[in-house]
Design a binder for this molecule. Structure first.
Ligand SMILES: [Zn+2]
Length: 166
């Protein structure tokens, strides 16, 4: 076996990669997973139960999310620049940055609210308000539970009683 041609699939974005060349990997429940990027590595670490589920319920179906996040007021030039950068984040499908808020659509399979927020801070958009911060923690908690519940749903093909063959 030629180890240098070992094919692997990034469990988050489903990109095919060469396991020997992958720069990001982790072992969860004795299985080693390889990732295309630090972003996907982090996404997996947040919800290993979901991304390692034997049935990839999420393969065809995006899990669309929309949030309006309050931010401190920043100049128009910074808003435009931040909008461009956020559009490049994997899993983010639509961004609009207004005066004091950001409207963001994303696919929960590919990016979490925590990752979106970190990208916003990196792009120079400071979050605003401690009460709102509490609500965001709740959203993150709900996202986490939503994925764990999806992962634990029984597969439709297993909900029928097994057929006895005589
Ligand atoms: Zn990836």
């Amino acid at each position: 076996m030629n180890l240098h041609n070992l094919q692997s699939t990034d469990p988050v974005c489903l990109t095919k990669l060469n396991a020997a060349m992958a720069s990001h990997q982790l072992t969860y429940r004795n299985v080693t997973y390889h990732f295309c990027s630090a972003h996907c590595h982090e996404r997996f670490s947040d919800n290993p139960v979901f991304f390692s589920a034997p049935r990839r319920i999420d393969e065809q179906h995006p899990i669309p999310k929309h949030h309006r996040l309050r931010i401190a007021s920043v100049p128009q030039a910074i808003r435009e620049e931040a909008g461009i950068r956020l559009n490049e984040v994997r899993g983010v499908s639509r961004v609009f940055i207004g005066d004091g808020y950001a409207d963001i659509d994303y696919d929960l399979r590919l990016v979490s609210l925590n990752q979106v927020e970190a990208a916003m801070k990196d792009a120079g958009l400071p979050p605003k308000g401690w009460l709102h911060g509490l609500r965001r923690s709740l959203w993150s908690f709900v996202e986490h539970n939503e994925l764990e519940n999806l992962a634990s749903q029984p597969s439709p093909c297993c909900s029928r009683p097994p057929i006895r063959v005589r």
